[in-house]
Design a protein around this ligand. Structure first.
Ligand SMILES: *Cc1c(COP(=O)(O)O)cnc(C)c1O
Ligand SMILES: [Zn+2]
Length: 408
């Protein structure tokens, strides 16, 4: 039995039934899943979770889907790596990388889609769809293939090749829209009103968003059932950031871990940083921007969870950090060279933001710090092309020796 009580408006608190709804009829606020925490706390223990599958579904009691209805491709329970080399470089003794780039479609989006797709099947939708900044569409396409339902994905036409081909190969219908993500998202909202399609991040959004909480649970469990001191998380819509904190807090609420004092830091790229800028201006609402950034997976100018992300920053005594456009690829290289982990631009934003946080003195050397690496570098190869060199030789011993001598 799932422990879901209802959907509730994050704006005015009105209650809604557990259906394919995402917006409040009265205040247009977003809806969120509400649980019976007393019932969850009776159902779970550290032992019961440890005995579960080595996927995100070990936390099914905290998710709005019955365990036997999960659309499980093996997502989650990804490595949490003590990053000693990178830590030494930055002056941090307890730095961890949550490497979520190794999920089935190589980004954390498999977590949110795993939940939303299961719910869509439960609601008997016949098509999976999404508005994507790149990674979501690959995940929706793969889950559609696994479930045997058609997938239709909409995305800005300027995306990286790896993202487009990496979705198309699963057989999804690819709709490239000449416009920004925010325009794609608006179009998808209109389509969702007129078709019986499950847009995972539009009409299925309340369920979709819950999947990100598992990135909070896993880290706490992998740290030996304790909350970290700092989380550094990339932000696009701001949902992932908000839900990681919700996940960690829920674990404490049901008694799985002690009290939580985790500082949440959201990382955005210079060319699309509406949440960080609102935080720096001391505002509670986010002023939309027109994105122009190398970090295309984070290019949302009008973030749906913006106000909630701002609340999470304030409640957790965290911060917002901007990575300069010119430093994103440096962040990718630094992580690759120190830890052997190849991340995409979003991860470059996180590593570069982490460096900045340390320089500003916001993280102490001994603090337990988790940097979330949410996507895989093989999907954004074009950005590292300029910094990778090849030594070209003929297939002879002397050619090799000459080349080595010339290269020093
Ligand atoms: C989508 C995405 C994010 C941000 O997710 P939001 O919940 O929209 O803030 C971060 N990293 C990667 C790699 C993504 O694809
Ligand atoms: Zn409302």
């Amino acid at each position: 039995m799932s422990h879901v009580r209802c959907l509730r408006c994050r704006g005015c608190d009105r209650e809604y039934p557990v259906e394919a709804l995402n917006v409040c009829d009265f205040c247009f606020g977003p809806l969120e899943v509400e649980y019976d925490y007393a019932s969850i706390s009776r159902a779970v223990s550290r032992e019961s979770i440890e005995a579960g599958p080595l996927t995100m579904w070990r936390y099914h009691d905290f998710l709005p889907v019955e365990a036997d209805r999960a659309l499980d491709m093996g997502t989650g329970f990804t490595p949490l790596i003590h990053a000693k080399n990178l830590g030494r470089r930055l002056g941090l003794e307890n730095l961890y990388i949550k490497n979520d780039s190794v999920n089935p479609t190589f980004s954390f989006k498999d977590r949110v889609v795993s939940v939303a797709a299961a719910k869509a099947l439960e609601f008997e939708f016949d098509t999976l769809a999404c508005a994507s900044t790149g990674n979501l569409m690959g995940s929706v396409a793969a889950h559609g293939a696994k479930a045997g339902v058609p997938a239709m994905v909409f995305f800005p036409s300027n995306l990286e090749k790896g993202k487009v081909l990496g979705a198309g190969i699963y057989g999804a219908k690819l709709i490239a829209v000449d416009g920004t993500y925010d325009q794609v998202n608006r179009l998808c909202s209109e389509l969702a009103d007129n078709h019986r399609w499950a847009f995972v991040n539009v009409n299925m959004r309340p369920y979709y968003a819950e999947g990100s909480k598992t990135l909070g649970y896993e880290v706490a469990e992998q740290l030996g059932w304790q909350a970290p001191d700092h989380c550094v998380v990339p932000g696009a819509s701001g949902e992932l950031f908000t839900k990681i904190h919700k996940g960690i807090t829920e674990m404490s609420d049901v008694g799985l871990i002690g009290s939580v004092d985790t500082h949440m830091h959201i990382a955005q790229a210079e060319g699309c940083a509406p949440i960080v800028q609102a935080f720096e201006r001391g505002e509670t609402q986010v002023l939309p921007v027109r994105p122009d950034t190398i970090a295309k997976s984070l290019a949302i100018g009008n973030p749906a969870a913006g106000p909630f992300a701002l609340r999470t920053i304030r409640e957790s005594d965290g911060s917002g950090v901007i990575a300069m456009e010119g430093e994103v690829v440096e962040g990718i290289r630094l992580l690759a060279e120190t830890e052997g982990i190849f991340t995409e631009t979003a991860g470059g934003v996180v590593i570069s933001a982490l460096k900045r946080l340390v320089e500003r003195g916001m993280i102490e050397p001994e603090d337990v710090t988790v940097a979330y690496v949410t996507g895989n570098g093989l999907k954004t190869l074009e950005v590292v092309e300029p910094i990778v060199d090849t030594v070209q030789i003929a297939p002879t011993y002397s050619s090799f020796e000459e080349a080595m001598a010339a290269n020093g």
